[in-house]
Each structure stands twice: as C-alpha cells, then as structure tokens.
Design a protein around this ligand. Structure first.
Ligand code: ATP
Ligand code: MG
Length: 647
C-alpha cells in the first residue's frame, strides 16, 4: 500500500468527507418548491462516471442523492469554519456542507472547482465530449470513481488560465493558492438566482482596508515529518492522545494541522493560556470549561457548567484540543473530567469526548497560589483513565545546530555540564544588533517587560501613530489576540511580526525588525533578516469563548518587541533574544527562555549561572517512565501509566 497516498493526512482522502448536509431547493418566483432538509451525519463523495462527468453523491444514512455537477458554483470562502456550498442553478438546488474537517473541505471544494473549470475550458485532457447517442450505444459499465487529487499539470494549466484572464481583462490577479482554481473575480461572475443563499459569504469583507496579500500560511505548506504524521494518524484513529516532546519539535504545528482534519463545529481548540491559545487560533481552556479557574468544589462546578451556553458547548463537543497542557494542574483537569461526564450524562472518561493533549511538562508548570502544593495533571486519576496513547516527538525543528540542541536537551532535564555552561556563557559576547534591530529582552517578570516597552516607546521622539483594528464583530477587551485593538508605533520602535507573512523570505511570526518610516500610512520595517518591507494590515481570526465561528480582526501584524516575559514567550520562535536569568523563579523557566532562539548565534545570556537551570523531579520520572515504555518490547507505548508512580 502506498503509505503516503493512503494516509488519512493526504489529499487522496479529500474527495470524500463526513459532515452535516443541508439540501435546499430554492423557491421559484411564484413561491413554489422552497424546501430544506438537513442531515447531521452524511458521507459526501465527489467522483466521476465512466464518461468522466463529475458527480456529487450524498449518502444520507439509508438513502442517497446523486447530482451531476455541471455549470455549478462552488463556494469555499468559509472552508476554514468547516462550511461550504455547491449551487446547482439548473436544478435550483444548493447543497450546503457544514461541520466539515476544514482542511479536507478546502481541498475537496478547491479541487472540484478547479477540475470543473478545466472541463469548462476544454482543458481536461482525458475527457472528450460524448454525445447522448454515443453514450447509449457505448455500453460502458456504470462507474463511479472518486475524484483524483489535482495533478501538477492541472495546476499549471490553471495558472495559465488565470494569467490569460488577467492579460485579457487587465485585472491584476494574485498567484493562485495551492490547489487554487484561479477563480473569476466576483464582478465578472454571473449574478445567480441563489445570491440570497450566499450573500452572507460576501458580506464580512466589506469596508476592510487594503489587506496584505502575502499568504499567511501558518506553516500550512510545511511537510510533516514521519513522527509528526504518526500523531495525526493516532488522533484520526479516534483514541485520546497526549503528544509531547522538547521545545521546538513542532507540537503546535501538528496541532494546527490536526484541526484541519477534525469536524469544525464540534472540535474545540483550547490552550492553557491566552497567548498559547492565540498561537493555535483557540480560546483558553478555562473559558471553554466555564468553571472559573477550578477554585470551586465539584457541586458548584457542576452548577456553573450547567449554565445554558456552557452546557451547550460541553454537549456539542466531540473533540477537545488542549495545548500547553503542562500548565493545567491536576485538580482543574480532574474537575473538567467530572464536569464533562455530568453535563453530557455520559459516564465514559471525559464524557466520551476525544482528547487531544499536547505540551511539554519540562516547560512552565501550572501557576499555583503560594503555599499550595503543585500537582501536574499527569498525576491525576483522570489522566490515567483518559489518556490512552502517549507519543513523544524526538526531532527538534526549531534549531538545526546539533550542539545547541544537545545543550538544550541537558537543560530540559535540569542538568548543565561545564561545556554547556561555557557555551551559554560565551553568548554574552554575541553582537546581535543588526541594521538597527535590537535583540528582544526576555524578562522573568511580566511587569518588567511591560515597563521596558513603555519607557522605550516614550523615549523616542516623533509622532506616534495609532492603528486601530477593524473587527467584523465586537470583540471584548478580555479576549486575547495576537493583534491588539490599538497599536501605537513610531519611527525607531522595535517590533516583531505576529503572523507568518512569507516563510520563503523568513518573514515569519516572531521575525524582528525596527520601524524605519511610514508610507501610505503603513509602517516600513527594516527586518533583521536584511530587507525593508511595507507592512500592510493583515487578517487575524479570533474565536470568542463559546463561539465556534471565526471573527475577523484586521490590524497591522506587529507588536512592540523591546521586551517580552518568558511566560508569554512560551510557544514562540524568536529571531534574536537577550536574557538575564538571575531572577528565574520556576522549574523549566530557563529552559523555555533558552529554547526560543533558533541558534546559539542569535541568543545572548547576560549572566548565566547554572543554578537557574531547574527541572521538576516528578516530571523527570514521568518522562523516564514514558521512555522505558517506548523502549520495552512487551509494554506498548500507549500503555496507560499507573496511578501515583511519579510521586
Ligand atoms: N515538519 C516541519 N518542517 C519544517 N519546520 C517545522 C516542522 N515542524 C515544525 N517546524 C518549525 O519548528 C518551529 C517550532 O515549531 P512549534 O512551535 O510547532 O514547536 P513546539 O513543539 O510547539 O514548540 P514549543 O514547545 O516551544 O511550543 C516552528 O518554526 C515550525 O515552523
Ligand atoms: Mg508549541
């Protein structure tokens, strides 16, 4: 079997998906025929018959519907929310797809649109028009073959079409996205009878300012490694998975990829902190759970979680993703598990929700009030009953220098030999200033970071420019986002990108620069990687607690970057950093700080003292146990851990 092509993570499976389907027959002008039927679980397959005509088949549990897709309109603007539709004007029908795995839906609808366009333009090399008479006489067996993925050749043909279209009309077109069919601009499309059903799709973009056309891919194009694919497959097999690994092994990247394969409206994406939630486009786990920060007893927690909107979320949830799980304490995790069973009226672990947990317990631990004993969630009975499979990612992707990686591995386990200490000490002489870009100071305390940013901004002379975000809906101030509501910039301000703009030019999230000037009202940033770039507003998508739809914020994708706290930096990859670790107060805090940089040349430790390197003993034992299970022949990796063995 072809591993790559048959993997559930490949496009091959994207001609079929499981989702909710609504078939709407649109009323005629005299009001006849309007009808809507919804099926919450359906299997949608797109394929070809023996004459290479394209069909969609809807298996609706007991019955099925098949439509030929000719002269149809395909809408995938909201694929990211797991929604899309296909209009069949000649039949006056709209097939709406919802609760789809976003990635699969996106690939399915885009490839379908592309193939339909190729057919329309007579560029589908394998298909030749067959007359009705020929069909009747041909006697071919009836066939239905799933639509194959777009080939390279087909993509090239599409690009040519797009170019020709641009030449003929003088319209400037963006390079088509991966699998993009080079769609006709809206104004050129016929205004179909089903405008009504689709008007929502077009409304949210009105009155947006000029938005950066750089592709904010979030690493979509990166190829997952074999071990990363193992995680995706494990999740898609339906078991509860905890995946872990050193800083920079790509855990968050894999999480983002997993999201694309799970049903959009019943998968809840959360993280232990607001900053971490922003990185993966989710909300905090506390706001999802609706039981405060876990301070109440179980009875009160049940009451809180039974409030209508919170209970609805709990009941709706089929998959719960939690990033930075190391920062969730055992007590909170246990309460969530009880609440899940109670609210859902289901006594299976976590009320039958599939858990996808991700994080590194060697990084920052749960924040616990002074004097209260810290308990990691892997030490809870709930963890033992819920986590069926543990996977450890081994390849560090953030750093490529093996010497640095091995220093970080020691530090992760709370060790620091003389050679490692020397290497880190020597970084104090690193000259990190490049083209006016200063290194970002990582602070042990948040107040210090805020103060540094404020005072540095105030010291600069010149006019401060205020950029106010444009939101598609109102977003409460309490909701954290990578893009602030108001951003003040001035020439000379040290800034950091908050979005991947162009990975091929190292314009990635965390890239460092300095504001050089303003052009057309937008900042021109000199980046440390060596060039200037005009930074236009970009679209950020935000989820509000309890709201499964994406809200759009348009803002300049920059933040001030003189300083940032180590807690806020967890999860980030940073271009050039400087730190003083003398006031480190947490296990794992120095490891988090030291592991943000990509190389030893882009870090400066001002006062390295091996005593700041600390790892929690129970965490060390937990990981030793995992690695024993991994290397043991008779004990499977996914064997459940036994209660209390790490204490
Ligand atoms: N398969 C891959 N190919 C190329 N780059 C990758 C791959 N996986 C991860 N990376 C890159 O490695 C860096 C670290 O990835 P990521 O932030 O997902 O790691 P992480 O394990 O979540 O780290 P942390 O524990 O610090 O949160 C990112 O810049 C990411 O783009
Ligand atoms: Mg991460």
């Amino acid at each position: 079997m072809d591993e790559e092509n048959d993997s559930p993570t490949s496009c091959r499976h994207c001609s079929q998906l499981q989702c909710a389907v609504t078939v709407e027959s649109v009323a005629t002008s005299n009001g006849a025929g309007g009808k809507k039927t919804t099926h919450r679980t359906a299997l949608v397959t797109v394929g070809r018959n023996e004459y290479r005509d394209i069909f969609i088949r809807l298996d609706l549990g007991g019955s099925s519907l098949t439509y030929e897709l000719k002269d149809v309109r395909v809408h995938y603007k909201f694929a990211r929310d797991g929604r899309g539709s296909i209009e069949l004007p000649s039949k006056r029908i709209v097939v709406q797809l919802s609760n789809c795995p976003p990635h699969k839906l996106n690939v399915l609808l885009r490839s379908l649109d592309a193939k339909l366009m190729l057919m329309k333009k007579g560029l589908d090399v394998k298909s030749t028009p067959v007359s009705v008479r020929e069909r009747l006489l041909g006697g071919l067996p009836r066939a239905f073959e799933k639509l194959s993925p777009l080939t390279l050749n087909e993509m090239k043909q599409l690009q040519n079409c797009t170019r020709q279209f641009a030449d003929n009309t003088n319209v400037s077109t963006n390079p088509p996205a991966k699998c993009s069919p080079g769609r006709t601009p809206k104004s050129k499309r016929s205004s179909g009878m089903m405008k009504r059903s689709l008007k929502d799709e077009n409304s949210s973009e009105n009155n947006m300012p000029e938005v950066s056309q750089n592709m904010p891919t979030d690493g979509d194009r990166l190829q997952l490694s074999a071990e990363q694919k193992t995680v995706v497959k494990a999740v898609l097999s339906g078991v509860n998975v905890f995946f872990t690994g050193s800083a920079g092994t790509g855990k968050s990247l894999v999480l983002r990829r997993i999201v694309g394969f799970l049903p959009a409206s019943t998968t809840f994406i959360t993280a232990a902190t607001g900053v971490a939630a922003c990185q993966i486009g989710g909300v905090t786990v506390h706001s999802f759970a609706g039981i405060g920060s876990g301070q109440f007893d179980l009875e009160r927690s049940f009451e809180l979680a039974s409030r209508r909107h919170i209970a609805q979320q709990w009941r709706k949830c089929t998959h719960l993703i939690i990033d930075e799980i190391s920062m969730i304490d055992a007590d909170f995790f246990t309460k969530m598990e009880h609440v899940a069973r109670y609210v859902r009226g289901n006594d299976r672990p976590f009320g039958g929700i599939q858990l996808i947990l991700c994080g590194d317990f060697f990084q920052l631990p749960p924040v616990t009030p002074f004097g209260v004993e810290r308990k990691f969630c892997f030490e809870s009975a709930a963890w033992l009953s819920c986590v069926a499979r543990t996977i450890v990612l081994k390849e560090v992707r953030r750093q490529s220098d093996s010497q640095y990686v091995s220093v970080l591995q020691q530090i992760r386990f709370g060790r620091c030999g003389a050679a490692a200490a020397n290497l880190l000490n020597e970084t104090r002489n690193n000259c990190l200033e490049k083209a006016g870009v200063l290194p970002t100071r990582l602070c042990t305390h948040t107040n210090d970071a805020d103060a540094v940013n404020r005072s540095s901004l105030d010291k600069l002379k010149g006019e401060q420019k205020l950029f106010s975000a444009i939101d598609s809906e109102s977003i409460p101030d309490s909701v954290q986002s990578n893009a602030p509501k108001d951003l003040k910039l001035i020439v000379g301000a040290q800034v950091m990108l908050t979005k991947n703009l162009d990975l091929s030019r190292n314009l990635s999230n965390g890239a460092r620069g300095v504001v050089k000037s303003f052009r057309n009202g937008y900042p021109v940033v000199q980046f440390a990687v060596g060039f200037e770039e005009l930074i236009r507003p970009a679209k950020f998508t935000i989820r509000l607690p309890g709201n499964q739809a994406w809200i759009t914020r348009v803002q300049i994708p920059l933040r001030l970057a003189w300083a940032i706290s180590i807690h806020k930096s967890q999860g980030m990859t940073l271009d050039c950093v400087e730190m003083s670790l003398s006031r480190v107060f947490e296990d794992g805090q120095a490891y988090v700080a030291l592991s943000r940089a990509k190389s030893l040349q882009s870090i400066r430790v001002l006062d390295f003292d091996p005593n700041c390197i600390r790892a929690n003993e129970r965490v060390v034992r937990f990981y030793e146990q995992i690695s024993r299970e991994e290397s043991s022949d008779d004990v499977p990796v996914y064997k459940r851990q036994r209660l209390g063995q790490f204490r």
